[in-house]
Design a binder for this molecule. Structure first.
Ligand code: NAD
Length: 308
């Protein structure tokens, strides 16, 4: 199957590309390399360096994809608060530009990287149908993206799946995104330097998050190619882990220790977050396969090889 992966040179997108190639698919990548890296793209994929906000006619005509997997985005919650216009430009107008180009090119299925962490509601573990607590421009733009997908499904018959990722971690990750604390803690431990523990009020062990390994996320994207179901799917582990526990697990994976220093509250940080992944299990046949302990050990080993 011919697939165009936008953002395919990025952390998650490049693993999605790898999973598609391993399954024998014909993969094209559209990426402006703003945060992504050319060396993350397997040479068997066709890389087109370009902007999702540009004229996408030529790349669609060349790639003639049946499926678009849309991973190009502005991914930082704090950056969206700083510059909501840029967030909306990339995550809303960029998405609409890709959707329109996909429609014009006869694409039949569209997969969107959405966010479970940013779109969780009050009830935990968060379910897809719960009303989200929208607390950042990034959450607004991701939710808007999901609405666009539902609309294109209804009025244009496009098959759409929005995958709401929890906090993703794994090889090739850089600090700055939703799961950026893992590479930060690992880099500090590698330098034997202390790390900072931000804690929302009343949570001395730090905020809680749901961690999912990037290879599990890539496999969800593979299943999304042929799934009979459409709509919104949480992709997480269902396990709620505090920052302090995460740090201890990383220390264990690294086989070394360094102090974790209390750093107070960080404005805008969500207190608790964990996803209910039953829908993905039942409708996509997806289940997280990599336990956090094993995934952190693998990620540490990758870091030792590339940065050690
Ligand atoms: P990333 O920054 O590594 O990947 C984004 C890619 O998009 C990069 O390769 C970048 O160069 C490219 N890109 C950015 N702007 C572009 C533009 N205008 N035109 C073309 N390409 C452009 O980030 P990531 O962590 O891999 O995130 C991928 C997707 O997953 C994003 O949509 C993000 O919001 C979503 N997501 C990530 C997480 C997480 O934990 N990392 C969690 C939930 C959702």
């Amino acid at each position: 199957m011919r697939i165009l992966v936008t953002g395919g040179a990025g952390f998650i997108g490049s693993h999605v590309v790898d999973a598609y190639l391993a399954a024998g698919h014909d993969v094209w990548v559209l990426d402006d390399l703003s945060t992504g890296r050319r060396e993350h793209v397997d040479p068997r994929a066709q890389l087109v360096v370009g902007d999702i906000l540009g004229d996408l006619g030529p790349v669609m005509a060349a790639a003639r994809p049946r499926v678009v997997s849309h991973h190009a985005a502005q991914k930082s919650v704090p950056a969206s608060v700083e510059d909501p216009r840029r967030d909306a430009e990339l995550n809303v107008l960029g998405l609409v530009n890709v959707l329109e180009a996909a429609r014009a090119a006869g694409v039949t299925r569209f997969i969107l990287a959405s966010s479970g962490g940013a779109l969780a509601g009050e009830r935990l573990p968060a379910r897809e149908e719960d009303p989200p607590t929208v607390s950042s421009p990034y959450a607004v733009s991701k939710l808007t993206g999901e609405h666009y997908l539902a609309l294109y499904a209804r009025i244009h018959g496009l098959e759409t799946l929005a995958l709401r990722y929890a906090n993703v971690y794994g090889p090739r990750q850089t600090p700055g995104g939703e799961g950026g604390v893992v590479p930060i803690f690992m880099a500090n431990l590698r330098a034997r330097a202390p790390s900072r523990l931000y804690s929302p009020p009343g949570m001395p062990d730090g905020a809680t998050r749901d961690w999912v390994h990037v290879a599990d996320v890539a496999r969800a994207n593979l299943l999304a190619l042929t799934a009979q179901a459409g709509g919104v799917f949480n992709i997480g582990s269902g396990r709620e882990v505090s920052t302090r526990e995460l740090y201890r697990l990383i220390e264990a994976a690294a086989g070394r220790e360094a102090p974790l220093l209390p750093a107070g509250e960080r404005p805008g940080d969500l207190g608790r977050s964990v996803l209910d992944v039953r829908r993905a299990r039942e409708q996509l046949g997806w289940e997280p396969a990599i336990a956090l302990e094993a995934g952190l050990a693998q990620t540490w080993a990758w870091g030792e090889k590339t940065q050690g």
